[in-house]
Design a protein around this ligand. Structure first.
Ligand SMILES: C[S@@+](CC[C@H](N)C(=O)[O-])C[C@H]1O[C@@H](n2cnc3c(N)ncnc32)[C@H](O)[C@@H]1O
Length: 325
């Protein structure tokens, strides 16, 4: 666990000075995607469009980009920001899980590069009514798309104590999950972010000097509310199918749970045999379709972390498609 973002707070700087979210590992993403004119790009987590803008600038005059996000507010900002690229951009409200269907619908077949910059944006954290941050008073919503599905408040007010504890333990890696779940069930209904944060603060000793006691629980509720880990696991094989041979996929993750899924997927798909090591003869017929380009994940520099503390836990992994599959 290392997602330290739940306090919120965006930092100005270049690029994206005038936008409420500073793209993380910006230059590193552009270097690894190496955009060129004439190619098709997919940004599956468009956010405020910072990375997308960089890709479109670097792939002028004829690079085209499909940008997806679940969040209508993010899409409105990105639309405005990318207006100047005219018909080189298509923007849709959708989960990256369904990128293959949208690519088919717009007749793009396969793309040359894919970017996923996972998780929550600074602007989502800074909008009190979204309920992502324990520092602002707001309804405990936490949905990336506030029009669909159950909110975090629905989860914490309806789930059994055991199910809640499991979520907080599994997705927040919170060792006091049972204690927190018991306190939540005792105080229900809980509808606001500050009520929940205060309850956790009362319930837990301050056991980590640099982390608010509610950080892990907020991360867990956000992941559960949006079924984030399921989305990544389901999307990766489909996204690689949508990638042209020689194409690249880059994923930025912000905590160990999502990074593990990406790392294991890349490792598995870069091996010709995935039989158990003790098996003497290969029977799996598995064929490698990826080459991992980042043996170790790329991390932000000290300079970036200083300018944008939210980047602190970011890890970028990049792989290249080697086959026609
Ligand atoms: C860290 S931000 C991306 C920031 C963006 N790269 C930029 O430069 O502004 C992550 C975005 O992913 C979106 N998101 C999360 N899960 C998603 C999903 N399954 N499909 C599409 N977008 C998703 C969030 O709504 C959020 O806007």
């Amino acid at each position: 666990m290392n997602d330290s973002t739940y306090g919120g707070g965006s930092v100005a700087g270049d690029p994206g000075d005038y936008f409420p979210h500073q793209p993380v590992l910006y230059q590193e993403v552009l270097d690894s995607l190496a955009p060129e004119s004439g190619k098709a790009y997919l940004d599956g987590t468009l956010g405020a469009g910072g990375h997308a803008e960089g890709i479109l600038q670097a792939s002028a005059p004829q690079g085209r980009l499909l940008g997806l996000d679940l969040d209508p507010d993010a899409l409105a900002i990105a639309r405005q920001r990318l207006l100047g690229f005219k018909n080189r951009v298509i923007i849709r409200q959708a989960s990256y899980q369904y990128a293959d269907e949208i690519l088919e619908e717009i007749g793009w077949n396969r793309v040359a590069r894919i970017l996923l910059d996972l998780g929550v944006s600074s602007m989502q954290l800074d909008q009190p009514h979204r309920g992502f941050s324990f520092r602002h008073e707001g309804a405990l919503d936490m949905r990336f798309n506030p029009e669909v599905g159950s909110s975090a408040a629905d989860l914490i007010n309806k789930l059994s104590e055991e199910a809640l504890a499991d979520i907080i333990y599994k997705y927040g890696e919170e060792r006091y999950a049972r204690r927190i779940a018991r306190a939540i069930v005792g105080a229900r209904p809980i509808r606001s972010s500050q009520t929940l944060a205060a309850l956790i603060e009362e319930t837990l000793p301050r056991y980590e000097a640099h982390l608010h006691p509610a950080t892990r629980t907020f991360q867990a509720l956000r992941i559960a509310t949006n079924q984030e880990l399921e989305a990544i696991a389901a999307a990766l094989p489909k996204l690689v199918k949508s990638l042209a041979p020689g194409g690249r996929i880059a994923v930025i993750s912000f905590h160990s749970l999502e990074d593990r899924i990406v790392k294991q997927f890349f490792a598995r798909e870069s091996r010709d045999c995935i039989c158990p090591p003790e098996q003497p003869i290969c029977t799996c017929d598995h064929v490698a379709i990826l080459k991992v380009l980042t043996k170790k994940p790329v991390r932000p520099t000290e300079l970036e972390i200083k300018a944008n503390p939210r980047s602190r836990s970011a890890k970028l992994r990049v792989a290249e498609k080697t086959s026609l599959a």
